[in-house]
Design a protein around this ligand. Sequence first.
Ligand code: FAD
Length: 394
Amino acid sequence: MRVLEARNRTGGRIQTDTSLTGYPLELGAEFIHGEQAATHGLVRQAGLSVIAVDRLRVGLRWGVPALPLEALTAETREKIVRLRAAYARLEARPENAPDQSLADYLMAQGFDAEALGMADVLLAQTCCARLDSLSCADLAREMRADHAGPLEYRITEGYGALLDWLASGLPISVGAAVQRLTWGAAGVVAETSAGRFEAKRTVITLPAAVLAAGTVEFDPPLLASKRDALRGFRTEPATKLLYVFAERRWDADLTFMAHEGSAARWWTPNYRRSGPPVLAAYITADRARRVDALDEAEALALGLREAAELLGDATLSEHVKLAKRVSWASDPQARGGYAHVLPGMAGARPALAAPVEDVLFFAGEATAWDSNPQTVHGAIESGWRAAEEIRAVC
Ligand SMILES: Cc1cc2nc3c(=O)[nH]c(=O)nc-3n(C[C@H](O)[C@H](O)[C@H](O)COP(=O)(O)OP(=O)(O)OC[C@H]3O[C@@H](n4cnc5c(N)ncnc54)[C@H](O)[C@@H]3O)c2cc1C
């Protein structure tokens, strides 16, 4: 067995940095979503630990500055509660009901423009998507398959420590970008930037956006069913703005803030950690596209202005020691955040996941049709599924 990895590091859309603060700061995936997520078992086996993040300690600015949920006006609070309830009702949607976008669904439920704006920030931004491009059928499928639960965690030692443990002892060739994959009943030949590799079978974990871009040439070409499946996905940009401060300018128990600005969602990676305080803006889809179009200094200044408004702290910028933008859309090995399924294309995940002629097997977050796609634990479980599929034919 051999792992071929294009980058000069392992981890893909997980990348932990310890140089900025001394403690692990996540440039990509940050949270373990769910108390039952498969990641926890690996964290325990690796001898690592987690920090529970109470996502209800939120500040929501539909009012200035950011206010905890319970302090919002009754009208705003009720709108958010009704939105969440409507979203949760998707789970009961009949599997054969005609698909529609989340935007169309919410409009049909009578939500006004302000509520749609909130839904964009609170629901679609999380999915790295626009409200009008999210398939309700796929969201409902995920709700039915979800076995992870609602709670949130960070890995104390960082996702990087888990990756190091997972990678230890594995034959991994980094800097080996697959350019061409020749496949047939006899097996596969991968031509890479670091030489040629042969195998009887292969598991392909390329991000859907990388597969769709044709970065890897398949010979013979991928089947029509795979090409159709790939048309069912869209991967939007995902960008983080990270600010390291000389001192904490917010309550120690603040975990999350959201508003309708360009940098719509914020969190506090230093929560329950010692070391320099950090604010992180997590920005996706159209908002990320706009922030990516600015030069880095402008983007960071924009984010900081919004953070200052949210915190009601006009002097916030005076306390920043370091700041950094991380744009995943400009990374050729990711081409964006993570893939969502377009309305009417709800079969895309299982179609992408299906093995081809017992030779090509597919894993990765986009294929996690029986779990939570768009997550680390979904990607892990998809790898276990592909391993089982291979075991079944060996
Ligand atoms: C900014 C951001 C924040 C996120 N936050 C969270 C979070 O808080 N919690 C969570 O659970 N998930 C989060 N995610 C999603 C999570 O990171 C992904 O779902 C998961 O890491 C995907 O794993 P994967 O193995 O499918 O893909 P990847 O991690 O992208 O792995 C694919 C690998 O293929 C390699 N590759 C690409 N092209 C080639 C080639 N030609 N040849 C060889 N190798 C190649 C890549 O370098 C990469 O290592 C976030 C993602 C982003 C971008």
